[in-house]
Ligand binder design. Structure first.
Ligand SMILES: [Zn+2]
Length: 418
């Protein structure tokens, strides 16, 4: 990859505040998009230098690759020592690293070596005045925000609908993790519902290198229109917040196991084993035997034992008067004992069918101040809320994001730069 200066990194900056700028930006974006699609080859040869690009293969060593380019042993030692001391690079990695050898003429000795350990930085090793020097160069990142939207159809899971909408798997997984704090995917998701996401795409020299974080999520669920925004507060803390600036990440998860099907919900029901009607004090999730069970939130394990009805079960005490309980486990996770402090998402045990149970499932309860509550509807406390001052700043950012979101909804193939 050659690092010539290309200015389409700086095509435009959208100032969402003014419509004229937005319109202008989109005209430019259209021009830019056309340039990308039809412009001159992105890997065109340089005219003042001869470059040889070598992708590191399994079994390659730096010494062997340098030697193959005619670099002397003493130079190889010098270069290896510089990489070690200045950049803590001791070896090259097959499959990901690339080396570019630069000469002034085809037969000339190598005077510059570029090692690209990541798309975002490269190390330039240059020979001047009889000695080698190295320099780390951060590549200029071009961040574009794109919007994808879709609709739930009959028989769809959110994953199916999201994939059809062209949302990349990693972004879809992040959406699921965030939405799971708010939405019961079993009961809140119905055909006809619209959803959309805005996320970053990171480009270097016009090439997409990877996807960045989710910027906004919108989901028209049954319980209402769920919106989440990414926000970096002035102290550098990054989080997700709802439209009011309240933390979107909650202390507890409604569904500890992602994508598990609810087979029995909270409330009165006829017990499948005992045969009589009694209150179901939790929610049952169907999952395969042995599926790991993550803690719904951070807390301290207060019970971990067997009992005839719950089988192997764990009870965790969280902050704010909340406790959670996980029953019918096949076994406990190693290291999880009474008194163990667990993180949100830490595996505490595995799905089974111990105790009074008809088949492998997780029975999950949330207890608030000693009272069983419905995990699917209880209002859960946010892990973190914004200070009043930061809420004000958040509101401005949210409005900018919303304005971009509107513009992108009318131009789905465009992108913006905030
Ligand atoms: Zn149950």
């Amino acid at each position: 990859m050659r690092k010539s200066k290309r200015n389409f990194n700086k095509w435009f900056t959208v100032r969402v505040a003014t419509d004229i700028m937005v319109m202008l930006a989109f005209l430019l974006a259209i021009v830019a998009a056309t340039l990308v699609a039809t412009g001159p080859g992105r890997r065109s040869a340089t005219y003042d230098n001869f470059e040889t690009t070598v992708s590191v293969q399994a079994g390659d060593t730096l010494a062997r690759l340098l030697s193959a380019q005619g670099i002397t042993n003493s130079d190889i030692h010098q270069i290896a020592a510089l990489l070690r001391s200045n950049h803590r690079i001791r070896s090259i990695r097959a499959g990901s690293d690339q080396l570019i050898f630069v000469r002034v003429a085809e037969e000339a000795p190598v005077h510059k070596i570029i090692l690209a350990p990541s798309p975002f930085r490269q190390i330039q090793i240059t020979h001047t005045d009889g000695a080698w020097t190295t320099q780390m160069v951060e590549m200029e990142r071009d961040i574009r925000i794109v919007r994808k939207s879709g609709e739930i159809r009959h028989g769809d899971s959110f994953y199916v609908a999201g994939t059809r909408a062209g949302i990349p798997p990693g972004i879809l997984a992040d959406m699921f993790d965030l939405l799971a704090f708010e939405i019961d995917f079993e009961r809140d998701v119905r055909a006809g519902q619209q959803f959309s996401v805005m996320y970053e795409e990171h480009f270097i020299e016009g090439e997409r290198v990877r996807n960045g974080p989710v910027v906004k999520i919108s989901f028209h669920a049954r319980r209402g229109h769920v919106r989440m925004y990414r926000f970096r507060s002035p102290d550098g803390k990054v989080g997700y917040y709802d439209e009011n600036g309240d933390g979107a990440v909650k202390t507890l998860k409604r569904t500890p196991i992602n994508n598990a099907r609810v087979t029995s919900s909270f409330g009165n029901r006829r017990h499948p084993v005992l045969g009589f009607t009694r209150a179901h004090r939790g929610v049952d999730f169907r999952a395969a035997h042995g599926t790991p069970i993550p803690a719904a939130g951070a807390g301290t394990v207060i019970v971990r034992r067997f009992c005839p009805s719950y089988g192997n079960f764990v009870r965790i005490r969280h902050g704010n008067g909340f406790e959670t309980l996980y029953a019918h486990m096949s076994r406990f996770a190693p290291g999880v004992n009474v008194g163990t402090h667990v993180r949100q998402g830490q595996i505490i045990g595995f799905v089974g069918s111990t105790g009074v149970s008809t088949g492998p499932h997780l029975h999950y309860e949330i207890i608030r101040n000693g009272v069983h509550v419905n995990p699917m509807t209880v209002k859960l406390p946010a892990i973190e809320n914004l200070s009043p001052a930061n809420k004000k700043i958040f509101a401005e950012i949210r409005d900018k994001i919303d304005a971009s979101y509107e513009v992108l909804s009318r131009h789905p193939d465009m992108f913006i730069q905030l």
